[in-house]
Design a binder for this molecule. Structure first.
Ligand code: FE
Length: 344
């Protein structure tokens, strides 16, 4: 939009996540959405690069005939098959769909950082694939070939259609709900549910002292992803406050239904990939775990629990427990800043 010449200062009260009145998307100050600025600073303090992780031990284990079982090899490949494209999908969504509709400059600042982190994550998967000498064509194309990855990705991508349309604009009830729905799908579901059985597998490797370099990459990624999830939840909850009329009972039910659909897609993925279970995690365990995670996401946006499944992988909560996320995150920041490697 063209700049109007004026001495009038930006009114912080008119700043909104979307549909900010007279939105000035260039002036960072006055900051209204402090959570976004805090997230931006914390993310920078957590900066990391995939090539900082030593992959030597992983390479030796992968080459050895005696350390990894066939099931474990397959598990790593399929998990990478999901991961390699998932962060590209997330990057496209934040940079091409979310960013342009957001009218808060501080929120845009974090989105820029998030988009870069998604690129770092894709780089990390590429680095693992390259280090282990895996077949790139097999891994990177798996999302088209493997039903349960394809189903997750097409579910998520179907929510881009409206928002990616160049003529899409926020500002109507229907479109604002569509935008909010997109946030729900990408934050709560893609970043908050669809990564989690794969995270569990990678921590499974780590607990066996296998592929520890790859697992460490995934730990850094998970730290970033839980930040993305928290930020997405903050966006959803702030829009709820700024435009409470959008959060209708029907819409709430839609969110619950979407999460429930995603839960089925995610545990089906886990069950297809690990039909015989892996590292003591069996099909039923994955199902309960995903349900447990989904409930946690619903609560965060003020929706009722749907499953009340106890966490069957209590060791995961040490690594991933989002109720401790604030603390978990703050300690990470400090440890990373002082040069400490990740310890869980
Ligand atoms: Fe992300």
């Amino acid at each position: 939009m063209p700049i109007t010449k004026t001495q009038q200062k930006v009114d912080i009260n008119r700043r909104r996540i979307i549909n900010g009145e007279d939105a000035d998307v260039i002036q960072l100050y006055p900051i209204k959405h402090k959570f976004a600025w805090d997230a931006y600073l914390a993310a920078n303090a957590n900066h990391w690069l995939p090539t900082e992780v030593n992959m030597q031990k992983d390479v030796e284990q992968w080459r050895s005939r005696h350390i990894l079982s066939d099931d474990e090899r397959l598990a790593l490949k399929v998990v990478l098959g999901f991961f390699t494209t998932a962060d590209s999908i997330a990057a496209n969504n934040v940079s091409m769909a979310t960013y342009k509709h957001v009218t808060s400059p501080e929120v845009r600042m974090y989105i820029l950082r998030q988009a870069y982190e998604e690129a770092i994550h894709t780089h990390a998967y590429q680095y693992i694939v390259e280090s282990l000498g895996l077949d790139e064509g097999e891994i990177f194309n798996m999302y088209r070939e493997h039903d349960s990855i394809y189903n997750k990705d097409s579910f998520v991508l179907s929510f881009n259609e409206g928002i990616f349309d160049p003529s899409f604009k926020t500002g109507t009830f229907e479109n604002d709900q569509k935008f909010l729905e997109n946030l729900v799908v990408f934050s709560l579901i893609m970043e908050g549910i669809f990564f989690y059985s794969s995270f569990a597998v990678m921590f499974g490797f780590q607990r066996q002292n296998k592929l520890v370099g790859s697992a460490e990459e995934i730990q850094y990624i998970m730290r970033d992803e839980s930040m993305h999830l928290n930020f997405g939840i903050d966006l959803i909850n702030t829009i709820k406050k700024e435009q409470p009329e959008l959060w209708t009972p029907d819409f709430q039910q839609r969110v619950i239904d979407l999460v429930k659909k995603a839960v089925v897609l995610e545990y089906t993925f886990a069950q297809n990939v690990f039909p015989r279970g892996i590292f003591g995690m069996n099909a039923d365990g994955f199902k309960k775990y995903i349900e447990h995670i989904a409930d946690r996401r619903l609560i965060r946006v003020g929706l009722p629990l749907q499953y009340e499944s106890p966490n069957p992988f209590p060791w995961m909560s040490e690594a991933i427990d989002l109720s401790k996320e604030k603390n978990f995150f703050e300690t990470r920041v400090i440890e990373y800043k002082t040069g400490g490697a990740l310890e869980w």
